[in-house]
Design a protein around this ligand. Sequence first.
Ligand code: MCN
Length: 805
Amino acid sequence: MTDTAMPRSGTIGAAPVRKEDAKLVTGQTTWTDNIVFPGMLYMTVLRSPMAHARINNVDVSGALEQPGVLAAFSGADLADEWVGPLPCAWPVTSDMVHPDHWPVAVDEARYVGDAVAVVVARDRFAAADALEHVMVDYEPLDPVVDMDAALEEGAPLVHGDKGTNKSFFWQLENGDLDTAFNDADVVVRRRFINQRLIPNAIEPRAVVVAPIAAAGEYTVYSATQIPHILRLFLSLLTDVPETKLRVIAPDVGGGFGSKLNVYAEELIALVLAKRLSRPIKWTETRSEGYQTTIHGRDQIQEMEVAADADGRLRAIRANLYADMGAYLQLVTPGIPILGAFMYSGIYKMDAYSFNCTGVFTTKTPTDAYRGAGRPEATYALERVMDELAVELDMDPMEVRRRNWIRHEEFPYETIAGLTYDSGNYEAATNKAMELFDYDGLRAEQAQRRASGDRYQLGIGISTYTEMCGLAPSRVLGSLDYGAGGWETATVRLLPTGKVQAVVGTSPHGQGHETTFSQIVANALGVDYDDVEILHGDTTVSPQGLDTYGSRSLAVGGIALHHASERLIDKLRPAAAHMLEASPDDLEFVDGAFRVQGSPEESKGIADVGLAVFAGHDLPDGYEPSLSSDYTFDPDNFSFPHGTHLCAVEVDTETGMPRIRSYVAVDDVGNVINPQIVEGQVHGGVAQGIAQALYEEAVYDEAGNLTTGSLVDYYVPGAPDLPDYVTDRTVTPATSNPLGVKGVGEAGTIASTPAVVNAVLDAIRHLGVTDIDMPCSPERVWRALQEGSASRDQIAPVGAEGGQHP
Ligand code: MCN
């Protein structure tokens, strides 16, 4: 760590015990599914078993006869309830094809899992059983499962009336590409598949709607990342005024982007509570969630890189196909576009081109999944940098070194049009190489190759950056995103000296109550334990743009810092009055106002607060307020970076890859809480490794999700993952006063290419030039067989001499 002095307990830079953990580990958490109201009814959803079918008729009468069932509706029955279809808030082009997406399908089902009817019963089991008694007359239509097929002439159309499976074409170009490619000594072309992933929050999605029917008021409890955005759309789409809607995100057990959405079930539960004047609950089952909660990634990436013989990059072209699934969810089309600016990464070049085609298929819609567009970009870029190194016969780290932006060149305007405010790629890389023993491992690799060891060693590099801290509103607007990126915070000093802070973001595992308390404790000089963070309830915290894009600290935390400073400014005249000094002569140190030069003359913030609360003796015309607000809209994104190095041993007989060591050196600027940052990196890296080695959503030709449960979709656990060596360098952000950069997605963005590069590096000399993710033992084994068939001379691969530790 580069931190030098030990910070005061509970303030910035310290690692106090997380405030969240006591209730989490003692089971006193308010998950949405734990919420119970008198008279509450349970909703279940009948889902299409076909990937594509015309719905000729839905007959719910059989379900209505089942014990405990109170109501059942088809899509047609509910059609009048909606003011409009489910929202997509990111129309990336003006001619984007954006088909209507109704909460319950009316005439066609377009993926396995599309809602076709709902049942309401007295308990969840009766509601589930009754689904079997809903009769649907489906007329099968042709599914279209992969993007290549969907773009062929005459392909079955997911939305027949649109006449195309193409949703949009988006592009960005800078520099003279023709010259760069024509004059380059080498051009490397590769096609990568960034496979479809299924997010796995521990808590499934759930919603409870509690109506006060007579007043037309509704409280919606949802396991969501976005209570504010959800309230806006619930109001817009059902005509319930925003003032009559309260959305509460209670304790939320993970989201990873999958709860950054406005889902059909949230709308259906609201209109059923309205129709039936009873509280309604819906909780997804895990396999239901696999079919209907958004999926992530699913892109085809065609990369072209032009470079000189000495390794200098001239240009990059990235051509993407992004699978939207059957419909556009909240930000589906924007996800690949978030990556558009990241295919140049940390490197300098003369020309750049990115384009992306959004494609409809009869599969579950895709949307934001941890990293959202940026892991995909980093994967393709870092893999192709390794391919370039192979082509040039150079060390892959050397190729990177020759091209990255040097620390003295910041701020740096990239070829993709972003201004990176700060960074030090040399420092992070040097530290990572030292911790990893790069040279030692390369020597061991050479020795294992020479001896034909059964267990071959590979080294994978990822020198990444990413763009997070989503804001600034003006930039988001220029990208046609439907909302802004500001955050509001309120800080209130209570008469007892305790502090309440209200924030617009809400956590689902990130420890905001801890780190935001540290920010307030730091600014006000109060005890960490005396700060309470209020969030996740649109009545308590009426303004906010919620949690995603690793923005909570770099936007919301900064609003909180400013609101705290503003409170000090507000209290200053009262303190000066008490100390019989001029406000200008006061300094605020360690939670007390002091007369400069006479530190013994001081008043603690709690004393000043109590005097303001009493209001008996205050300066003339003073507003006796103990509360302050601040809305922050930064002028730039935040650009964390780092170097991740991975060593993988591949058993050349079985294809089994095993991570031997993993080093992550990240630079997230200044750090509020090093332990939470480390936790975020651990979790993020685990998710990136999962994509590299284990996870893939697979559909059969008929459009059935064949990895439809945790049995078939392998989410790695602790035994599958290595010990991580983590460290940091600190290059403060210049776009905010605390110098912080986001961390929530960094590990996921960085890690996937480091692992795949390592697997390939282990066996490239055996004729293997590519392996699709996940690099399962079977895939690696097959690649080795194909490699051995293609290579001229088969290296001796024998069991003897193997040194699998
Ligand atoms: N932090 C810090 N110092 C820094 C950067 C961050 O102490 N320099 C702290 C923050 O104060 C916060 C945490 O680290 O407590 C994460 O901060 P930030 O990077 O601002 O990310 P967000 O809080 O906005 O969280 C969103 C991010 C995203 S986009 C996904 S996806 C994700 C992630 O966080 N999903 C998660 N981390 C997750 N962690 C858990 N446990 N569960 C999820 O669903």
